[in-house]
Design a protein around this ligand. Sequence first.
Ligand SMILES: CC1=C(CCC(=O)O)c2cc3nc(cc4[nH]c(cc5[nH]c(cc1n2)c(C)c5CCC(=O)O)c(CCC(=O)O)c4C)C(CCC(=O)O)=C3C
Ligand SMILES: [Fe+2]
Length: 414
Amino acid sequence: MSTVASTQPAEGTADPTRPGYDAILLAGFGGPEGPDDVMPFLRNVTRGRGIPDERLVEVSHHYQALGGRSPINEQNRALRAALETELQRRGVDTPVLWGNRNWAPYLSDVVTEAAAAGQIRLLGLATSAYSSYSSCRQYREDFGRALADTGLVGRVRIDKVSPYFAVRGFVEPFVDDTAAALRSAAEAGLSPADVRVIFTTHSIPNTMADTSGSASLGDHQPGGAYVTQHLAVARTVLDGVARQLPETEGIGWQLVYQSRSGPPSVPWLDPDINDVIEGLAGEGVKGVVVVPIGFVSDHVEVIWDLDHEAAETAQEHGLWFARVPTPGTDPRFVAALADLLVRRLDGSDPADDAPGGRVVAATARPDFCAPACCVNARVRRPTTAAQDSAVDWDGLDVRPAQLVASGIPGVAAS
Ligand SMILES: CC1=C(CCC(=O)O)c2cc3nc(cc4[nH]c(cc5[nH]c(cc1n2)c(C)c5CCC(=O)O)c(CCC(=O)O)c4C)C(CCC(=O)O)=C3C
Ligand SMILES: [Fe+2]
C-alpha cells in the first residue's frame, strides 16, 4: 500500500466556515509613500464623505511638509512583523498579512492573494482601538468590499477582533510615558498644580459619536461608546500614573479632540486641542502633557497635528509642552494584541494580569459587533463580522447561500 501524493485540498478544507483561521489580516489606514501619492490618497480617504476641497488642499500641505509621505505604512509593516514574531514565540505559526483601507497594499489585493494561497479563513485586526463608524464599522465595510469586489463572497471568511482600548498592553505604555512626561515637567520646575494632562483623540461628527457602539449594549448616550471609552481609558491612565507619582493624584485633566475635517456647519466633537491649550494659558497653567490615547502609532495626525500644530500653540502662549508616544510596537502592546488573537485562535482567555487582560472599566465588546453597531448614517455597505452583517448585503446581487458560505452572520432562515 502506498499513499498517492495529491495537490487537491483534503476533503472539506475549502470550507471557510470551518472553525479556526488560516491567517491574521492586519488592516491599516494606509498613507502616501511619495509626493505624487498625496492627492490620490486624500481622495481615497474622503470619497463620498462630504469633506470640502479646501480641507484636502490644507491637509495635503501637512503631508508635503513631511516629504510627501506618511510613516504609517512603515509602522504597520513593523507591527505586522512584531505580531508574527510574537505569535511564533508562542508556537503559533499562523501568518500575519497586512492590507490597507486607503492605499496600497489594498485589502482587496491582499485578500485575493491570500485566497489563491489557500488562506480562506481570515481574522481581521484593525489598527484602531475604539468603537465608532470610522474606527470600527468602516474596517468591517472594507472587509465586505474586499469580498464583494473580488468575487470571493462564499469562498473567504473575514472575522474581526473587537475594539481593544480596554486591554492592559494598550494602556500601560501610556501610563509609563505620561508619568515620564510629568517627571520631566517636575525637573523643569513645574509642580502638578501648574500642569494639565490633555488626552487627545480624533474628532468625529457628533452624530457619528452619538451612534457609536450599539443601543443593545447601552452605548447610545450623547457621545456614545466613542467618548465613553476614551474617558474610561483616560481615567485608567491617570490612576496608573498616580500609583507611580502619588503627588499627581487629582491633577487637572481633560479629553480634547483634534484633526477635525468636516464643514463648519456640521458639529464635530469639541473642544479642539489648540483652543484648549490657548485657554489654559489664559488661566495661568504653565505646562501641558498631551497624551494621544486615540491612536496606536505616531502617524501624520500625531506628528503634524500634535508635534507641529499643538506644540506651536503651546509655544506661542509660553507653555511647557510634552507629547507622549503612542504604543506603536511596544512589546506590551504587541503581546496584548497577540493575546487577543490567540484567544480567537484557540478560545483561551487572557488572565487579568496578562497584557491582553482588561483593565479599563467600560462595556466589553462582543467578538461579533452587535446589531446596528456604529451605523453608517449615509449608505448601507456590505460588512462582515457583525451579528447582523447579512442585512448590509441587502440589494446586492449575492445569494444567501454565498453569505452563509462566507460565514457572514445574520442570514435569515428561508
Ligand atoms: C476616528 C478616526 C481615526 C482613528 C481610528 C483609525 O485609526 O482608524 C482616524 C485615523 C486616521 N486618519 C488619518 C488620515 C485622515 N483622516 C481623514 C478624515 C477623517 N478621519 C476621521 C476619523 C478618524 N481618522 C473622520 C471622521 C474623517 C472625515 C472623513 C470621513 O468621514 O471619513 C483625512 C481626510 C483629510 C482630513 O483630515 O480632512 C485624512 C488624510 C490617518 C492616516 C494618518 C497618516 O497618513 O499617517 C489615520 C490613522
Ligand atoms: Fe482620520
